[in-house]
Design a protein around this ligand. Sequence first.
Ligand code: NAD
Ligand SMILES: CCCCC/C=C\C=C\[C@H](O)C/C=C\C/C=C\CCCC(=O)O
Length: 264
Amino acid sequence: MSLEGKVAVVTGAAAGIGKAFSEILFRNGAKVVLLDVNESGGKSVMEALNKEDSQDRALFLSCDVQSEEQLKAAFKTTAETFGGIDILCNNAGILNEKDWERTVGINLVGVIKGTYAALEHMSKLNGGRGGVIVNTASIAGIKPLPSCPVYSATKSAVIGFARAMAIASTMAGYGIRFNALCPALVETELLASLTEKLGQFTVLEQPTRQLLDKHGVIKTSVVAECLLELVTDETKNGEALMVSSKGQMYATFPSIPPLEVELS
Ligand SMILES: NC(=O)c1ccc[n+]([C@@H]2O[C@H](COP(=O)([O-])OP(=O)(O)OC[C@H]3O[C@@H](n4cnc5c(N)ncnc54)[C@H](O)[C@@H]3O)[C@@H](O)[C@H]2O)c1
Ligand SMILES: CCCCC/C=C\C=C\[C@H](O)C/C=C\C/C=C\CCCC(=O)O
C-alpha cells in the first residue's frame, strides 16, 4: 500500500517513538495528524515537518487518549480537514507501576477507545475506506518484565486486542488490518526516572537496569521502519512484530488443541 495521499493519525506523537512514526509516515507521503497531551512538543514536531514541504500535511491536535470525547473530536477534525482516515497508530503509553490505574487507562483503555472512535471513520461498514491500525505494544507483552507487571499486562492485552480485532475485521468486513509492534528497549524518555516509576517493585530495579547491558537500546528510527512494514505490507494482519538490537521477528503463537468444552 502506498502512503501517498493517505491520512494517518498518531497518538503520543510529540516525542519518542510516536515522533519517529509521524516522521516516517510524513516522509513517505502521508498527511499526518499528531495527537498528544504535550502541546509544545506536538506543535514543534508539526512545524518541523511542515517545513519539509509546502503542503501543510502535518497537523497537531491536543488530545488525551484517556478521553473518549477528545478522541472523537480529534478524529472528526482529522476527517473534516483531510477527508477521512486510513491509518491509526495507537502509540501513546506510559510506564508507571505506582500509578498503575493510569497505566491501564492510557496503555489499554486508551487503545480500545482510540480504536473504536477510529472505526466510525475507517470501517467500510460505516462508509470509511478501510485501512490499518497498529498498536504499539512491547516485548514485555510477550516476555513479562517482572518489575513492571501492570505495564506487561497492558502490552499483552493490546497484542491480544489487535489479534482479535484482525479476525473480527475479516469476519465482519471492516476492511481494516490490525497489527501490534513490540519493541525491546528504545532510547526515549519512557526509560527515565525508573526508580519513581517502579513503585513497590523498586526492589527489582537492579536486575531491570541490567537489561540495558544485556540488550542495549535501539533507536526510534529502527522501530519506525518496522511500523512502515506493518502499514504498507497488505499481507500483514493480526501480526505482532518484535524488534530488538538483534533484529526483527514476527511472534508465533501456539495453536489450541481441541478443548473438551466447546467455547461457542
Ligand atoms: N521506550 C521503550 O523502551 C519502549 C519499548 C517498547 C514499547 N514502548 C512503547 O512505545 C510507546 C511510546 O513510548 P515512548 O518510549 O516513545 O515514550 P515517550 O515518553 O518518549 O513518549 C510518549 C508520548 O506519549 C504522550 N502521552 C502520554 N500520555 C498520553 C495521553 N494520555 N494522551 C496522549 N498522549 C500521551 C507523551 O506526552 C509523549 O509525547 C508507548 O506505548 C510505550 O509503552 C516503549
Ligand atoms: C533503564 C532500564 C529500563 C528497563 C525497563 C523499563 C522499561 C521498559 C519498557 C519496554 O517496553 C520494555 C521492553 C522490553 C523489555 C522486556 C522484557 C525483556 C525481558 C528480557 C529478559 O528477561 O532478558
